[in-house]
Design a protein around this ligand. Structure first.
Ligand code: 16C
Length: 258
């Protein structure tokens, strides 16, 4: 009865090769590997690079103030720790469009333009308008991947979703009422299991999921820097709390998806 069982088929043993012939695949592979590398770098070791701007319980959010041509593109890196869910579950709810509008407060509509593979989708999203800026849309691929435990790296295996904007000549930007924004987002999750005593069955109480969320959003056209910074300072913490609470809530009565 698990909704996830009918999900996107990214289970451990179903490595899909359907996308390897797709023209976007080399780029998807390259950006995903680069984003995983970047997400794994610790905030603490990069002294002076990251500035903490929000903290609540286990959740910490850092940014770097950056502008190009007067546009704010401040990179964000957030760390969170949640109990009772696996990284696979967190990634599934982030990736699968059927849940998107239940946790995504910045989106007006989300459309899957192409299923590149079971674990790779092409999206066109229309976001809510931020006054006084024009409304934004985003055209991006989204790829979900399991990275098995590597003996050379510490920590358990990784589940990741990487979202990255693409240009598609048939879908030109800025032709309607929306200005196209450009995003690179990576949600990386690691699951830790407290081994239960006397070989008892693992329950949700034994699960801890470490989440790293990295994002760079280029607004694609000028918008007032002070407004953008005020909006993301409010919206990123709201997103990560709301999204993780949503996943915990959805998972609690379902079998664990490791
Ligand atoms: O990663 C997230 N969501 C994914 C699935 O939707 C995907 C999307 C990322 C889009 C990030 C940019 C969205 C901003 C558009 C305008 C926001 C309207 C706010 C309305 C408030 C009710 O990867 C989670 C995304 C969490 C986003 C937090 C907000 C970030 C704002 C950054 C400034 C954007 C510049 C907009 C120019 C006007």
């Amino acid at each position: 009865h698990s909704v996830l069982a009918a999900g996107t088929g990214t289970g451990n043993n179903s490595i899909s090769s359907a996308h390897h012939g797709h023209h976007m695949w080399p780029e998807i592979e390259r950006v995903t590997m680069e984003q995983i590398h970047y997400a794994r770098l610790s905030v603490e070791d990069s002294v002076g690079v990251w500035q903490l701007f929000a903290e609540e319980g286990e959740m910490k959010m850092y940014r770097r103030e950056e502008e190009v041509n007067g546009m704010v593109i401040d990179p964000l890196k957030a760390c969170h720790v949640v109990k009772g869910v696996t990284g696979h579950e967190v990634c599934e709810y982030f990736f699968n469009p059927q849940y998107r509008l239940e946790w995504e407060a910045t989106v007006e509509t989300t459309t899957v333009l192409e299923k590149i593979a079971d674990d790779t989708l092409l999206f066109l999203q229309v976001h809510k308008r931020i006054w006084p800026a024009s409304q934004r849309d985003a055209l991006f691929w989204s790829h979900m991947r399991h990275v098995p435990d590597d003996k050379d790296q510490d920590g358990p295996d990784i589940w990741v979703v990487c979202n990255n904007s693409v240009d598609i000549p048939d879908l030109p930007a800025n032709t309607g009422k929306c200005v196209r924004l450009y995003l690179t987002v990576c949600l990386m999750c690691q699951t830790f299991v407290d081994p239960p005593k006397d070989g008892a069955k693992v329950t949700r109480n034994d699960l801890t999921c470490k989440i790293t969320y990295c994002s760079v959003v280029n607004p694609g056209g000028w918008a007032p820097p002070a407004v953008l910074r005020a909006v993301y300072k409010r919206e990123y913490p709201k997103f990560l709390k709301r999204f993780t609470n949503y996943v915990i809530d959805q998972c609690q009565d379902k079998p664990i998806l490791f």
